[in-house]
Design a protein around this ligand. Structure first.
Ligand SMILES: Nc1ncnc2c1ncn2[C@@H]1O[C@H](COP(=O)(O)OP(=O)(O)O)[C@@H](O)[C@H]1O
Ligand SMILES: [Mg+2]
Length: 485
């Protein structure tokens, strides 16, 4: 941390500097430097120029006044006021910086002057040169200018003193003109600097903006995007690296898609094989085992009728009852494996019967609400998947939830079918479950939903029951709604 600048200001600076784009930053730096340089040079030149010019001004003041004093000696001595006056006028006219000139006698009485509207009061006392001094300069301030008032004694003061006022107006004018010129140059250089900065940032940012576009395209899954290589500099190398990265990402994505497709195919194959196998076993149980058991029961019945008073009659009755029970169990098993009602009467009826069976076997309330499915048959694969999903949902409720009530809600609209399986049981931590091995029920529900381009959403919290939301889209090509006439 910088000990001299409080962190707060540094942070603020970075927030502001970080928020503006590169173009503004570069233009800002160029402008700042040009202005700083321009102002520093202008100030320095102004300082040096005014030192030199004021030094020259004070030398001039002395030189002009000495000249005046030398030339004024004769007219003073012969008391030629006209010549003296003429001399003063000439001096003033010949040197444009001279504001006034006058001559006083040793008693400080003004002998001649160049003022048109009368000699100003106190001016003669404002400066004087002692007899032994060669000259003396005083600076008089007026509202618009400074006047270098120089006094030079005439004949060592015995004939009086020559005085001359030299204005700095012209010096100021020159300094201001030079300053203005330098500032104008600064502005012109700034304009050139801005143009150069704009051009430079365009060259610099063009490939960067391309990279930004590419990153966005890749983010949207477009791996065929390639960034144009503008130059062979660092950005050019970055472009190459970026293009190779997009290529690698594209390959990885293609591999991922391929893997996902094989997984989907595999899962689909497994589920289909499982369904087919269940169907086959159910058919076998129904056609063969049930038939055999029925024959057995009929045989036992005949046997029972034929030996009304036999010793073994009770045993025969017992066996017939066991055979009857087994037939019921086989029937239940066969229905659970693949209810023919699902194929014959459709999903709502199959689920209704499944629920009725559960109600008989377990002490739980199960509600079923179906909307939008009157006279509608969904495609077989969707019906099978939803039946299995409801089956697994209910099995979980019985096995894990300890619930009093469960409800199943099925809503079919033109573009999707929604199934909600809810219970008021003990709930569970969703994150703990989905990654556990050996628990394939919820995973199976999700797989079945995703195979049909649908999705599973689980809402559950310990102590607050569980809700499973399964949504499956009904595409016209894959799931034409079949009117059941
Ligand atoms: N309705 C439910 N109520 C409470 N817990 C549930 C419910 N459904 C699932 N769970 C929890 O989620 C876990 C995973 O369920 P699942 O994937 O079907 O596997 P399994 O039933 O074989 O344990 C269960 O072990 C259970 O802890
Ligand atoms: Mg389960």
């Amino acid at each position: 941390m910088n000990p001299f600048i409080p962190r707060k200001y540094l942070d603020h600076f970075w927030t502001v500097a970080g928020a503006v784009n590169i173009r503004i930053k570069i233009i800002g730096i160029v402008l700042g430097l040009v202005f700083l340089l321009g102002l520093a040079v202008t100030w320095q030149v102004r300082q040096l120029l005014s030192q030199a010019m004021y030094a020259q001004l004070s030398e001039q003041a002395v030189a002009f006044t000495r000249d005046l004093a030398a030339r004024a000696a004769d007219p003073i001595l012969i008391n030629d006021v006209y010549a003296l006056h003429q001399l003063l006028q000439d001096t003033r006219i010949n040197h444009p910086n001279v504001v006034y000139a006058f001559v006083v006698d040793p008693d400080n009485y003004v002998l001649a002057h160049t003022f048109n509207g009368g000699f100003p009061e106190n001016l003669s006392d404002a400066n004087s040169a002692t007899d032994d001094a060669y000259e003396h300069t005083t600076i008089l301030n007026t509202s618009e200018e400074q006047i270098w008032d120089t006094a030079v004694p005439v004949f060592e003061g015995r004939a009086g003193t020559a005085r001359l006022g030299l204005s700095d107006a012209q010096v100021l004018q020159t300094i201001d003109a030079v300053t203005g010129q330098l500032l104008l140059t600064t502005v012109m250089v700034s304009v050139i600097g801005i143009s150069a900065a704009v051009f430079l940032t365009w060259i610099l940012t063009r490939p960067l903006l391309d990279l930004v576009d590419a990153a966005q395209a890749v983010g949207n899954g477009n791996f065929s995007y390639r960034v144009t290589r503008w130059a062979d500099d660092e950005i050019g190398k970055l472009t190459d690296a970026f293009n190779s990265m997009i290529e690698a990402l594209g390959k990885a994505d293609a591999e991922r898609i391929e893997r996902e497709q094989s997984r989907v195919q595999y899962v689909h194959g497994v589920i289909t094989a499982q369904e087919d196998e269940r169907k086959r076993i159910a058919r076998e149980l129904h056609d063969s085992t049930s038939q055999s058991l029925t024959s057995l029961i009929i045989g036992l019945k005949t046997l029972e009728d034929n030996c009304q008073h036999c010793r073994k009659q009770t045993r025969v009755v017992e066996l017939r009852s066991i055979a009857g029970q087994t037939l019921d169990d086989v029937h239940t098993l066969s229905v659970q494996l693949r209810p023919s009602v699902l194929d014959d009467l459709g999903l709502p009826e199959a689920i209704r019967r499944h629920i009725a069976d559960y109600r008989k076997r377990y002490p739980i309330n199960i509600d079923l609400a179906v909307t939008g499915m009157d006279g509608i048959r969904l495609p077989t694969e969707i019906e099978t998947a939803l039946y299995r999903i409801v089956q697994e949902g209910l099995t979980n409720i019985i096995r894990h939830a300890e619930a009093h009530t469960a409800s199943i809600f099925i809503e079919c609209s033109t573009d999707k079918v929604l199934v909600v399986i809810e219970d008021d049981g003990k709930g569970f931590e969703i994150t703990n479950v989905q990654h556990q091995d050996g628990h394939l029920g919820l995973y199976g529900i999700q797989e079945r939903a995703e195979l049909l381009a649908g999705a599973l959403e689980i809402e559950s919290e310990p102590g607050r029951g569980t809700s499973l939301f399964i949504e499956i889209p009904l595409h016209t090509e894959s799931a034409e709604l079949q009117e059941n006439r």
